[in-house]
Design a binder for this molecule. Structure first.
Ligand SMILES: C[S@@+](CC[C@H](N)C(=O)[O-])C[C@H]1O[C@@H](n2cnc3c(N)ncnc32)[C@H](O)[C@@H]1O
Length: 219
């Protein structure tokens, strides 16, 4: 394993803005740090599969009165985002090393205002459908966590995942609020969706892939 990656695995365990859940499973009882009084009353926004946390960092910098949690099970990626947050003095963003499958264990019902799915793995094989972050069991979890009228945002370079998500939302009983099949080529209604470019998005753009965006509700 690369030395840099190994160092990050060690460093991340000592960062004050990372909740390090062993094996990605819930490891400690409530209250989690996001229930600290300094975050009380702030809107809560989650980024699932945040990788190096580009979205969480940019949103947190632009919205100091909102509170962000970036979640990923790869701790070396989280390490990069968390160290940047400290360097930039961003106090309204934390990172959680956990599996998205266990999300309900970390947050209370109807306490989240927005959820961002930023370039989730498409899991293109049929046998992996259940791992797609817009599959029904994940939608159940988002509906459980979101406040009434809460919103989920998806950014992806995968046509398959984009079309699958639309169907999955309809079958679940939710509805798409807005969508764009090329946010950099059209007049996208969500500036936040097109302004920030993450590591995976950069790679997709360099391959000439169109970036798709969808916002949906599960009320
Ligand atoms: C394709 S990457 C996108 C990373 C980042 N959002 C970006 O746009 O650059 C997908 C990320 O989701 C994380 N991930 C995939 N499945 C996950 C799961 N079940 N629980 C937590 N993280 C997961 C991976 O570790 C990876 O960092």
């Amino acid at each position: 394993m690369a030395k840099n990656k190994l160092h990050k695995y060690q460093r991340v365990k000592h960062l004050p803005n990372v909740i390090f859940s062993m094996f990605g499973k819930p490891g400690s009882p409530f209250p989690y740090p996001w229930y600290d009084k300094r975050y009380k009353g702030m809107e809560r926004i989650l980024e699932l599969g945040c990788g190096k946390g580009e979205y969480s960092l940019s949103f947190a910098a632009a919205n100091p009165l909102k509170f962000f949690v970036g979640i990923d099970y790869k701790s070396h990626r989280i390490c990069t985002g968390a160290e940047k947050a400290i360097a930039q003095g961003l106090e309204n963003v934390l990172f959680l090393r956990a599996r998205i499958e266990y999300l309900r264990e970390f947050f209370v019902k109807h306490s989240i205002h927005e959820i961002w799915l930023t370039f989730p793995d498409p899991h293109s094989k049929n046998r992996a459908i259940k791992s797609r972050l817009s599959a029904a069991p994940f939608l159940d979890t988002y509906a459980h966590l979101l406040v009434p009228n809460g919103i989920v945002h998806l950014k992806t370079d995968s046509d398959m995942l984009y079309n699958y998500t639309r169907k999955s939302i309809q079958q679940w009983g939710g509805h798409v609020v807005t969508e764009s099949d090329n946010i950099h080529g059209t007049d996208c209604k969500s500036p936040a969706a097109s302004d920030i470019v993450s590591a995976f998005e950069k790679t997709a753009l360099s391959k000439g892939l169109a970036i798709k965006y969808m916002a949906f509700k599960l009320d």
